[in-house]
Design a protein around this ligand. Sequence first.
Ligand code: 8YV
Length: 331
Amino acid sequence: MLKIVSYEQKQLKILLTRKLHDFAIKELRKRYDVETHTGKIPMPRELLVSKIRDKEGLICYPYDTIDSDVIQAGRKLRAISTFSVGYDHIDVKAATRRGIVIGYTPEVLTRATADLTMALMLAVFRRILEGNDIVRKNKWRVIFGPYEFLGSDLYGKTLGIFGMGRIGKAVAKRASGFEMKILYHNRKRLAVQEERKLDVKYVSLDELFRKSDVITIHSPYTRNTHGIVNLKLLKKMKKTAFLINTARGKIVNEKDLIYALKKGIVAGAGLDVFWKEPISGRHPFSKMKNVVIMPHSGSSTVETRAEMAQITVKNLVFALLGKKPIYQVRI
Ligand code: 8YV
């Protein structure tokens, strides 16, 4: 971290839409006039619009909507630093037009998110939650016989990766360890050498959904991927196949997925993200035995979150010094 704190920097006002790690807040307080929102999460929009007016810097999260109105209200805004790899909550075009630098936190959360993807995959294949329930609810009366309470092997199954960026590749590496066959679909095909190294095969989206035993989503959420996983696509899946999503909820048409799960069009799902978060115990997914749910926790490990906080702070500091952030969002 840069040591020198100038008088000019001390005058800069920054806003955090919620508290960050203590070490991060301490770093920020050394440098700036810091205001941290402590009330309702996400920070109510009117409050955000009013608080942003005199701020040079903003630290935000994926559930904050940083649209053109917020950006316009932030007349002095020079830097936005989001505690996330996703930046679909920020109007990047509007910010860039204003010369506002946007920092984000890729790479550091790749492993944690890929790990959670594998955890969800294993949980649905091996019926971990059902097994856990059987024991805790005193339903394990007799040792299970050879045909009872069976899951499926990951070994030899075909994994379909939709979105072959950093996280998609990290999932491919992990799935190779489980000796799965790997297909992928991406906007851009990987270089042949990289395909060989990862032992993955490029296919069309249609083929990906038709041939895979489990599909995992790792594409960014954009206008093009909004609701792209719809009933038409889900109907192409094998009835025995599972869907995993640790990317963004709105990539999947949730109503269609609920229908497909209820009708047995797909076997089950492992979901960390949802159309509208948080979801409750009353949500249809929460009532389905064949769905494993996590509360948007891809990056939620002690180590990863601390690294994300460090980068979030550095991105902001560098941007406010007129330097290039460690990771900068560009159009
Ligand atoms: C969140 C995420 O950042 O990085 C992303 O895009 O969705 C998550 O890692 C995290 O949940 C903090 O809100």
